[in-house]
Design a protein around this ligand. Structure first.
Ligand code: 5GP
Ligand code: ZN
Length: 151
């Protein structure tokens, strides 16, 4: 676990390292990705440090997703993009390099070179039923989740 002192996005929030800021309010900032998938690739970052979506307060997430929506719309319109991908990685094996929650906004253009891809696994009816059971099973509330998983 990385400390707020060392965290690169916390340093950007504190103004200790520069960024090409696109948006800022009390809770959220957005800036250009230093190594974009396409020109205009932005990162929306809650100012309060947390690592993954599961660690992040609901109120913080709500603010960040609304900024993500608005900025995605601006990016699409101003860059005349065909569409946008919103990407949010959690954990090293999900491709998270920076351990401070963020949403990617990636503008997309016809014939661009961006790859957002995954192979599919085969699951038969039984396996799908088992998975459904596993994800809806009652009486096994984990410490972190205080909501009702039967949403
Ligand atoms: P992740 O893989 O964690 O979802 O994405 C991290 C993103 O942060 C990457 O796309 C990377 O290019 C970007 N990034 C890493 N360090 C910096 C930085 O110092 N400044 C900016 N603007 N972007 C960064
Ligand atoms: Zn941080």
């Amino acid at each position: 676990m990385i400390s707020e002192q060392e965290c690169i996005f916390c340093k950007i929030v504190r103004g200790e390292i520069p960024s090409k800021k696109i948006y800022e309010d009390h809770d959220v900032i957005a800036f250009l990705d230093i190594n974009p998938a396409n020109p205009g690739h932005c990162l929306v970052v809650p100012k309060k440090h947390s690592e993954t979506i599961s660690d992040t307060d609901d109120e913080v997430l709500e603010k960040a997703i609304v900024v993500t929506k608005k900025l995605a719309t601006v990016v699409k319109e101003k860059l005349n993009a065909d569409g946008v991908n919103i990407v949010q990685n959690n954990g090293r094996h999900a491709g998270q390099l920076v351990s401070h929650i963020h949403f990617h906004i990636i503008p997309r253009f016809p014939d661009d070179k961006v790859l957002i891809t995954y192979q599919r696994v085969q699951m038969d009816e039984n396996a799908l039923n088992e998975m459904q059971k596993k994800l809806t099973e009652e009486g096994k509330k984990e410490s972190r989740s205080d909501w009702d998983m039967r949403f």
